[in-house]
Each structure stands twice: as structure tokens, then as C-alpha cells.
Design a protein around this ligand. Structure first.
Ligand code: HEM
Ligand SMILES: *[C@@H]1O[C@H](CO)[C@@H](O)[C@H](O)[C@H]1NC(C)=O
Ligand SMILES: *[C@@H]1O[C@H](CO)[C@@H](O)[C@H](O)[C@H]1NC(C)=O
Ligand SMILES: *[C@@H]1O[C@H](CO)[C@@H](O)[C@H](O)[C@H]1NC(C)=O
Ligand SMILES: *[C@@H]1O[C@H](CO)[C@@H](O)[C@H](O)[C@H]1NC(C)=O
Ligand SMILES: *[C@@H]1O[C@H](CO)[C@@H](O)[C@H](O)[C@H]1NC(C)=O
Length: 332
């Protein structure tokens, strides 16, 4: 796994020979200025498209952020999530009727191709769009590292096995993060992404009623007022596609309220609440949830560190992969 915090300081320390050997060891293959000559208007073109999409529908910020995450966890950040086809990742369980924003990515790609054709990968577009979405939701900005190329295959099996599920334990989720080089701090900070966006009844309704069989009732704390509200919203045999805010306090604002919710038993997904309330949390994630709930600045700083780290997952660089013309299909 590439150590991106070190690599970002490499560009500045490069002229100093004394630190150069250190830099070479830690150097990431991705760089912030990758397109500075080949596509100088890239950032403004992407930002304009993301801005317009989020203005039309504020949830789109969350959807674009999630796409980058779902891309990076399957075959690395290679835009494999964008590929169409029945065997695509779009049809894997975590994505079907759930992952969204593909039309917005098309619009961004078209705009980017209009200013510099055949140069910018779809994987990099996802990384920039995720950053812009977070910033448009009120968080401070950061430098996105670029230079990823697009993969040639989708991996539906990989999407089904690598992506975390909403009823999974900390242990299972931590193992899935560890598989892409992310640790428990990253699990907690990146889960803070659930400060924006929505989830459908189908992914949390097992927490609301006492079903028999495999859907055991949720044993973790869930605020009683929130339970009754959600029971009305997501009745048994109701529309499983109906959505509700992941952070009921401020659905469109990128703040630390997600962590305040967990401390107050108001995490929407079981996997969210586990980070604070499960037995496993006591020796793993609970203390960091508490810290973030009281320190928004630390959360935002750590979130950025973890996003850069996640964005460095097995990138295709150099002449590996390709720069797709259309993000939905590999070049012929
Ligand atoms: C820690 C393990 C995680 C689990 C189990 C998980 C699970 C989920 C689930 C089940 C949904 C609702 C999907 C739906 O109802 O259609 C969701 C939404 C979302 N997730 Fe996660 N997620 C996790 C981590 C992350 C990470 C690391 C990010 C990004 C850095 C992220 C970003 C989002 C966003 C922004 C949404 C809202 C999407 C929208 O409104 O379109 N999640 N997640
Ligand atoms: C798909 O993902 C799985 C799990 O990460 C991996 O073992 C497998 O090699 C991948 N297959 C392809 C064709 O990339
Ligand atoms: C999560 O839910 C799925 C489908 O409802 C079920 O098959 C699976 O066993 C559950 N996993 C855990 C860890 O509870
Ligand atoms: C996780 O990794 C970061 C560096 O990326 C490090 O600062 C942090 O201490 C690690 N956390 C844990 C729990 O290992
Ligand atoms: C589930 O059943 C238990 C025991 O019957 C009860 O204490 C609990 O309140 C029920 N939970 C919900 C969400 O209805
Ligand atoms: C959600 O909608 C899709 C298509 O509109 C449908 O195929 C699916 O069964 C629905 N899912 C749930 C949980 O109701």
C-alpha cells in the first residue's frame, strides 16, 4: 500500500538531495499535478458538472462519493464499477438498485472529453468528483492524487465479496478494509461518509421488528423514538426501496453529526451503530467514535487522510489499463 501522506510531501522535498532517498522509497505513483499540462482546466470542468448535478439533486454528492468507494474496493480504483453489462459490478448485491450517479459521471466525462480528449481516466474522474462532492457538502478541500488508468474488466464476484454489508460485524468489515490496506482508524473515519446521503428501508428494516429466522432482531441500542418513526416509514411488507437520511440531523451537510448519532443510539445502519455499541467496539472503534463526536476538525482531517489512502488502492498506472473513451465500456 502506498503511503500517500509521505508522497505528497515528496514533491516538495524532491530538490533536497538529503531527503531524496526517503522520498523514493515512499513515493506514490499518483500525483496531484498529473494533468496540469495535458488537461489544465480539468478541475474547473469537473467541479462545474458536480455543482450542477448536486444543485439539481443534493443527494448526488453522497452517491458520487459512494461510487469512488465502491470502485476502489473492487480491483482497485480503476473505474470497474462503471462498466455496463450483466456481469458488471452494478448488478452485485451492494450495488443493484443502490449505486447511483452513473449518468452524472457520463456528463462529467463528456465535459472533460470536450476540453481535453482521450487524456483523463474515468477512475480519476471518480476520485475528483468524490472530493468535489464532499467539499460542496461543506467540508474543507484537499489535493486529489491522480494518474490512475481504467481497468479492462468488471468483477461482480469481487464486488459481492469485498464490499462491506450493513449487517456485518466490525471484525468482518475491518477485514474487508484491511484487504485494501485500510486500518481501523480508516474504518471509523470513512464511515463518517454516512453523514450525507440516504439508505433504503431494505438495508436496515431488520432492526425495527422482531422477525424469526435469519433476520434476528437488532441487539444494539437504537433510540426508541427513532424506532417508532422508522417503523412507520418502513412497515413490514412496505416499499423496501423507500429511502431515509443516514444522518437525520443534517442529511446534506458533511459534519461530525454521524458520530454524535452513534453515541446517542441513532445510527441508521446496524454496521454504523456497531462501531459504538457492539461488544467488539469496546476494544476497537468505540473510543474513536467518541473522539470524533467531540472533535469535528480531527474527523475531517482524518477523513481526508483516509480518502487519499483509499484512493491509492492498487491503481493502474503507466501503460497498464487504458483511458476509456466512454466510462461504461472498455475501448474496442
Ligand atoms: C464501513 C462499512 C460500510 C457499510 C457497511 C456501508 C453500507 C452502506 C449502505 C447499506 C448504504 C445504503 C445503500 C442503499 O440503501 O441503497 C450506504 C450508503 C452510503 N455509503 Fe456506505 N457503507 C460503508 C462504508 C462507506 C464508505 C467507506 C463510504 C465512503 C467513503 C460510504 C459512503 C456512503 C454514502 C455517501 C452513502 C449514501 C449514498 C446515497 O445516498 O446515494 N460508505 N452505505
Ligand atoms: C475479482 O475479485 C476477487 C476478490 O478481490 C479476486 O480474487 C479476483 O482475482 C478478481 N478477479 C478478476 C478477474 O479481476
Ligand atoms: C446479513 O444479511 C444477509 C441477508 O439478509 C444474510 O444472508 C447474512 O447472513 C447476514 N449477515 C450477518 C453477518 O448477519
Ligand atoms: C492507521 O493508519 C494510519 C496511517 O495511514 C496511522 O496513522 C494510524 O495510526 C493507523 N491506525 C491504526 C489503528 O492502526
Ligand atoms: C424485540 O423483542 C424483544 C423481546 O421480545 C423486545 O424486548 C424488543 O423490544 C423487541 N424489539 C423491537 C424493535 O420491537
Ligand atoms: C426496488 O426497485 C427495483 C426496481 O425498481 C425492484 O426490482 C426491487 O425489487 C425493489 N427492491 C425492493 C427491496 O423493494
Amino acid at each position: 500500500m502506498l503511503k500517500t501522506m509521505k508522497s505528497s510531501s515528496c514533491s516538495t522535498c524532491f530538490p533536497w538531495l538529503v531527503t531524496m532517498s526517503l522520498c523514493l522509497i515512499a513515493r506514490s505513483q499518483l500525483t496531484a499535478d498529473f494533468y496540469s499540462t495535458s488537461c489544465p482546466n480539468l478541475f474547473s470542468v469537473v467541479r462545474r458538472q458536480v455543482f450542477s448535478a448536486v444543485k439539481t439533486e443534493s443527494r448526488m454528492a453522497a452517491s458520487l462519493l459512494r461510487l469512488h468507494f465502491h470502485d476502489c474496493f473492487v480491483n482497485g480504483c480503476d473505474a470497474s464499477v462503471l462498466l455496463d453489462g450483466n456481469d458488471g459490478e452494478k448488478f452485485a448485491f451492494p450495488n443493484i438498485n443502490s449505486a447511483r450517479g452513473f449518468e452524472v459521471v457520463d456528463a462529467i466525462k463528456t465535459a472533460v472529453e470536450g476540453t481535453c480528449s482521450g487524456v483523463v481516466s474515468c477512475a480519476d474522474i471518480l476520485a475528483i468528483a468524490a472530493r468535489d462532492s464532499v467539499v460542496l457538502s461543506g467540508a474543507p478541500s484537499w489535493k486529489v492524487l491522480l494518474g490512475r488508468r481504467d481497468g479492462l474488466v468488471a468483477n461482480q464476484t469481487g464486488a459481492n465479496t469485498n464490499l462491506p454489508g450493513p449487517n456485518e460485524s466490525i471484525g468482518i468489515i475491518a477485514a474487508k478494509f484491511a484487504a485494501v490496506g485500510l486500518n481501523l482508524t480508516d474504518v471509523v473515519s470513512l464511515s463518517g461518509a454516512h453523514t450525507i446521503g440516504s439508505a433504503k428501508c431494505a438495508v436496515f428494516s431488520h432492526r425495527l421488528f422482531n422477525f424469526s429466522g435469519t433476520n434476528a432482531p437488532d441487539k444494539t441500542l437504537l433510540d426508541p423514538a427513532m424506532v417508532s418513526d422508522l417503523q412507520a416509514r418502513c412497515p413490514v411488507n412496505g416499499d423496501g426501496n423507500k429511502t431515509t437520511a443516514l444522518d437525520r440531523n443534517s442529511v446534506d451537510l458533511f459534519d461530525n453529526h454521524y458520530f454524535k448519532n452513534l453515541v446517542n443510539g441513532k445510527g441508521l445502519l446496524e454496521s454504523d451503530q456497531f462501531l459504538y455499541s457492539s461488544d467488539e467496539a469496546v476494544s476497537t472503534t468505540r473510543s474513536l467514535v467518541e473522539v470524533y463526536s467531540n472533535n469535528q476538525q480531527l474527523f475531517l482531517n482524518d477523513f481526508v487522510t483516509s480518502m487519499v489512502k483509499m484512493g491509492n488502492t492498487s491503481p493502474l498506472t503507466g501503460s497498464s489499463g487504458e483511458v476509456r473513451k466512454n466510462c461504461r465500456v472498455v475501448n474496442s
